[in-house]
Design a binder for this molecule. Structure first.
Ligand code: BGC
Length: 365
């Protein structure tokens, strides 16, 4: 999906400015290759937001933020979760189309299973924005807005190395690798980002994947479910860690990191380093207690805010700002993307990273 490295420096500059409080408009680079501007639509129109299952806190936060933000901006939001699965999400999108939404913001359960509904949306003149997860194998997706997923993986891979080195200065280190759900287009990108850092260390012998399970297919966690990660970790421990020590685990998000820690504790072992993502409350607590090593700060408020800015631009018939025109090939087209910069968080920088988040910053005191 990701073809080219992007201008990380440009994106870093955006996030640095965003952190100092400057408006995103001032900080963003000039538009490069966005879709041609739509004709615009009436204020007060209906906007559909299709969210996946509640597999992590960021999705739950997004629901409220979309409802409040779209209402405040004068739209009629229709925000739906699809906890029942893909068929439910397909039905929800069909109803949104029938109800006359002007923009569809989609966080897909399975990015490759919405082709029919998205083709109908396109036919009806609706603009489709893929939110957080890319929509695959369809030409009916106009934009993508997300945190830089490959960068998330790189940060996780580097955190795993840094954490293990801090715990034990000399390798080789025994590690295990976990990935997210294979139907989520992000999961492979996170894994590839992490492996771009870890594979050279596996090749030179500094890291040893004791189970031998090194591929994405072997590492996946169906449905991003905690119980699946816990079960796989139980199996890896009983199969490969009789006398061996485990030094670190690559976990793609916080929910799975906590499940992995539960498994390791249950087996009476210790796990010096496990990575994560999403800055979930329980994981931030765990990091402050010195159990989970790292997470990723992908502030949902900023992502929803940007998605709503896109809706505003479409409403006004403006050409949208894009900062990554090249990286997200979906099997049919290259989708114009606006990427936000993720941030690694460990105990060392948690207070600073969450300074403007009242809930999380209270946990770092
Ligand atoms: C999101 C992650 C999240 C995962 C599970 C991914 O698509 O990017 O932030 O942890 O879904 O919900």
């Amino acid at each position: 999906m990701r073809k080219f490295a992007k201008s990380v420096a440009a994106i870093a500059a955006i996030s640095a400015l965003a952190l100092t409080g400057c408006g995103r408009e001032e900080a963003a680079p000039a538009t490069e290759g966005g879709e041609s501007a739509a004709a615009g639509f009436e204020t007060g129109s209906a906007i559909g937001v299709a969210l996946p299952q509640k597999t992590s806190e960021n999705w739950v936060l997004a629901e409220q933020l979309f409802n409040d933000g779209l209402t405040e901006a004068g739209y009629e939001p229709d925000v739906q979760f699809a906890n029942g699965g893909v068929a439910e999400q397909q039905n929800q999108i069909s109803s949104m189309i029938t109800n006359g939404v002007k923009v569809l913001v989609v966080g897909a359960i399975d990015g490759a299973q919405l082709g029919t509904q998205l083709a109908q949306a396109k036919e009806a003149g609706i603009t489709v924005v893929a939110y957080d997860r890319l929509l695959l194998n369809t030409d009916a997706v106009d934009y993508y807005v997300a945190y830089d997923n490959f960068k998330v993986g790189e940060l996780q891979g580097q955190a795993l190395l840094d954490g293990m080195k801090a715990a034990k200065p000399e390798g080789p280190y025994n590690v295990e690798l976990f990935a997210g759900s294979p139907d989520d287009a992000n999961a492979k990108v996170f894994f590839d980002g992490a492996m771009s850092i870890l594979q050279p260390e596996i090749d030179n012998g500094n890291l040893v994947v004791v189970s031998g399970q090194e591929t994405f297919e072997q590492a996946v966690t169906q449905g991003w479910k905690a119980e699946n990660a816990q079960k796989r970790m139980d199996t890896l421990l009983s199969g490969s860690y009789g006398t061996e020590e485990l030094d670190g685990v690559l976990s793609p998000n916080d929910t799975l990191a906590r499940a992995i820690l539960t498994s390791v504790e249950g087996a009476g072992k210790t796990l010096p380093v496990v990575t994560g993502q999403d800055s979930e409350v329980e994981s931030v607590k765990s990091i402050m207690e010195g159990k989970q090593y790292s997470t990723i700060n992908k502030d949902t408020r900023a992502l929803v805010e940007h998605a709503i800015e896109m809706v505003n631009g479409l409403q006004a018939g403006e050409e949208l700002e894009i900062n990554d025109p090249d990286s997200y090939e979906n099997g049919v087209k290259t989708v114009s993307a606006y990427l936000l910069e993720p941030q690694i968080v460990t105990k060392d920088n948690a207070a600073e990273a969450y300074a403007d988040d009242p809930t999380l910053s209270a946990l770092t005191k």
